[in-house]
Design a protein around this ligand. Structure first.
Ligand code: TMP
Ligand code: ASP
Length: 236
């Protein structure tokens, strides 16, 4: 494996240099955190599951014309990705009320939204990733107006593609978080798409198959991650 210097370590992943300056090796860890890392733990084999699920979903998006940083799966915990400069904005798309939106607006979890809600959060752990809007983004010059337009358009496109993909598998895509980066002058999708960054509810029963099982101490965390992997890989 072409594993050079470690360039970055986040809460769930590490990035290593490779011989190609445009390419990084992304490693998925088993470490799990919640609530700004005030809650910490391990989800056994989460790294393996998230690497595999992300690879399938990135490839699905590529076939639908959404450019991502994904290049190639290397092994169970590693993928090669394009070296992007991350735009410090976390984009959340919500189809059903849960989590942060439920708390912020005093709404019951499970309300199906008439149309998807897009939120921007400033990617800054020390500030607890605060919710902000397009005016803040422009004033802070986090990206150009054109880049922001691309980010917004892509996010809704990704929602349509993923919602459909999961619906076919009897899973409601409740909400998810995306991160984008700049690569050779373009905005492309980066980071990961996994049960860490999405809420997945089994259709009908609303059984949670994502990181909320860890956040809320619901038990059967590893089983839920494995179940989502099987679903994504059509093994169920
Ligand atoms: P929220 O309801 O807590 O704002 O989360 C919305 C979605 O974003 C949910 O699918 C989980 C994901 N998410 C992350 O990927 N990273 C985070 O730090 C947080 C807070 C949420
Ligand atoms: N991973 C995030 C953290 O540790 C939050 C979350 O996913 O709930 O802060």
């Amino acid at each position: 494996m072409d594993k050079g210097e470690q360039l970055y370590e986040g809460k769930a992943k590490k990035l290593y240099a490779t011989k190609d300056p445009d390419v990084l090796l992304q490693e998925f860890k088993d470490d799990a955190t919640a609530f700004d890392a005030t809650k910490r733990g391990t989800i056994v084999e989460k790294g393996i599951v998230n690497n595999k699920i992300s690879a399938v979903l990135f490839q699905l998006l590529e076939t639908k014309g959404v450019e991502t940083h994904f290049l190639k799966s290397i092994d169970e915990r590693h993928m090669l990705v394009k070296k992007v400069k991350i735009v410090p904005i976390e984009v959340t798309i919500r189809n059903i009320v849960a989590g942060g939106m439920s708390k912020m607006l005093g709404l019951e979890e499970g309300i199906v939204l008439k149309e998807p809600v897009l939120e921007y959060h400033y990617k800054d752990d020390a500030l607890h990733d605060p919710l902000f809007n397009e005016y803040h983004i422009k004033a802070l010059k986090l990206c150009t107006e054109k880049e922001l337009e691309t980010i917004k358009l892509r996010s809704f496109e990704i929602n349509n593609i993923l919602k459909h993909f999961f619906l076919e598998r009897k899973i409601d895509l409740v909400d998810f978080k995306l991160e984008f980066g700049r690569y050779k002058g373009k905005i492309i999708l980066a980071d990961e798409i996994s049960p860490d960054t999405c809420r997945f509810w089994e259709k009908g029963t609303k059984r949670k198959l994502d990181k909320d099982r860890f956040r809320r101490d619901l038990g059967d965390v590893e089983q839920a991650y494995q179940e989502m992997l099987n679903i994504v890989e059509n093994k169920k």
